[in-house]
Ligand binder design. Structure first.
Ligand SMILES: [Zn+2]
Ligand SMILES: [Zn+2]
Length: 145
């Protein structure tokens, strides 16, 4: 299956298994936001892979978009993604303010807000679905909403 899935970002069918991506960042009001989307290889190559930079070797942080130094002041976007058929990867992107805003805007246009359902970073509450709640109340979820 998989190959029938449309890319959340560009709307094209990926033709191969999509890459599932979770994005997280902290907003200016300190609240953490999480988003989820499935990307085709082209969007993954354009928007995800460039962010997977290893900064651990003592180099200073730079915005992955424009290359400006962000060592002392960055707006990070954290990614966890699952390239088709491969292991989980992650990337921490120390964007400058301008490009953090731009990137976050791009994500929020199409990605699903995981705070509205069982997000990756929240405790799961499986088992108590709306249907079960209705049944517990003595109502048939399939009849008369
Ligand atoms: Zn795409
Ligand atoms: Zn930048």
């Amino acid at each position: 299956m998989g190959s029938l899935v449309k890319c959340d970002a560009c709307g094209h069918r990926s033709g191969t298994r999509p890459t599932s991506v979770y994005w997280r960042w902290q907003r200016a009001d300190m609240a953490w936001k999480g988003y989820y989307g499935r990307l085709c290889p082209a969007c993954t190559a354009a928007k995800v892979l460039p962010l997977d930079v290893d900064y651990s070797e003592g180099g200073s942080l730079t915005c992955p978009q424009c290359g400006i130094g962000t060592e002392d002041d960055y707006d990070a976007v954290y990614l966890t993604y699952f390239p088709a058929g491969r292991n989980q990867e992650s990337a921490d992107a120390p964007f400058c303010g301008v490009h953090a805003a731009e990137y976050r805007l791009w994500v929020t246009k199409f990605a699903r807000d995981t705070d509205d359902d069982v997000g990756a970073s929240k405790p799961r509450r499986d088992g108590v679905s709306a249907a079960q709640t209705l049944k517990a109340l003595g109502r048939d979820p399939n009849v008369g909403r």
